[in-house]
Design a protein around this ligand. Structure first.
Ligand SMILES: Nc1nc2c(ncn2[C@@H]2O[C@H](COP(=O)(O)OP(=O)(O)OP(=O)(O)O)[C@@H](O)[C@H]2O)c(=O)[nH]1
Ligand SMILES: [Mg+2]
Length: 279
């Protein structure tokens, strides 16, 4: 028998959920950025031990919905909460807690869910000291072993693993590359530009020793298109170069990556389900 099951990773936007999933899995499963609302889909990150399999469900940050994409993201969070064996609830220790978050934690406590509470970013100066929250850092690795121990203690016993031992995520290589492109854009641009970006792969052809990928960066406004392309195509070139390197590492092959920028006005409300944000 091994300990095996699903673990939902939830918390406010920017709390450090994806960083923790990546740290636990030891691979980059989910993109990370300093901007809130980086994660949009539930992404599985799978961690195998000799006698356990931890299936982490990285989720979008809890926030107020302003458009249909937000509503899709919050539905992902609710789905995770209702379907996992254990929850990790993360708060950012380097920030003050507001009343809304206190209310949310109290609500979780009342629900008799199986929750492990974590205070993240303990390598930074702490603004709070929450009782019964394990203090962790995904950067230095502090108490990450204790997180694994607590999860394994709470998981049910199973006769076999749910996923093959060589899998570290449920997502395709195409998805990981699309997310990498979006992640490059998140890190490069400010304000509304990165939040209005989606990636759409038009071509993914694996030839003998080369992979040809063509993808569109979708944005919401003509003015955003100009910013993404940059002077003389400078920004697009940087994104393309970095994502090509990432794709070559993942695929272990030479990659030809061509990026295009397309405007789809207000897609986050009207056409959000066209870009992979669909149940
Ligand atoms: N110093 C420090 N920074 C961290 C730690 N964990 C995450 N961060 C930073 O916090 C920011 C947000 O991290 P993410 O992992 O993207 O947070 P998230 O909760 O997944 O965010 P959303 O997907 O937007 O909900 C990034 O700039 C990370 O580098 C940590 O343990 N220590
Ligand atoms: Mg995230």
């Amino acid at each position: 028998m091994i300990k095996c099951g699903y673990v939902g990773v939830i918390g406010r936007a920017n709390a450090g959920k994806s960083s923790l999933v990546n740290r636990l899995v030891g691979e980059r499963v989910a993109i990370v950025s300093s901007k809130p609302q980086t994660t949009r889909n539930n992404i599985l990150g799978i961690l195998n031990g000799e006698n356990y399999q931890i299936i982490l469900v990285d989720t979008p940050g809890i926030h107020h919905s302003k458009n249909n994409l937000d509503r899709y993201m919050m539905k992902n969070v609710r789905n995770a909460i209702s379907s996992v064996d254990v929850l990790l609830y993360l708060i950012d220790g380097s920030k003050e807690l507001d009343q809304e978050e206190i209310d949310y934690i109290n609500m979780l406590k009342e629900k008799e869910l199986n929750v492990i509470y974590l205070q993240t970013k303990c390598d930074k100066k702490q603004k709070i000291d929450m009782e019964n929250f394990l203090k962790i850092s995904s950067i230095t690795g502090e108490n990450i072993d204790k997180v694994i121990e607590s999860i394994v203690d709470s998981l049910p016993e199973c006769s076999t693993r749910i996923y093959d031992e060589d899998l570290f995520t449920d997502k395709s290589i195409k998805f990981l590359i699309e997310e990498d492109i979006r992640g490059q854009a998140l890190n490069m641009f400010d304000k509304e530009v990165p939040h209005g970006i989606a990636i759409e792969t038009e071509r993914f052809d694996e030839k003998n020793d080369i992979v040809i990928i063509e993808a569109n960066i979708i944005c919401e406004r003509d003015s955003h298109k100009g910013i993404i392309i940059g002077k003389g195509g400078k920004n697009l070139k940087i994104i393309g170069q970095k994502s090509r390197e990432y794709a070559e590492e993942l695929l272990d092959k030479q990659v030809l990556l061509k990026l295009f920028v397309k405007v789809d006005k207000d897609w986050r409300d009207r056409n959000y389900s066209n870009y992979g944000y669909k149940f």
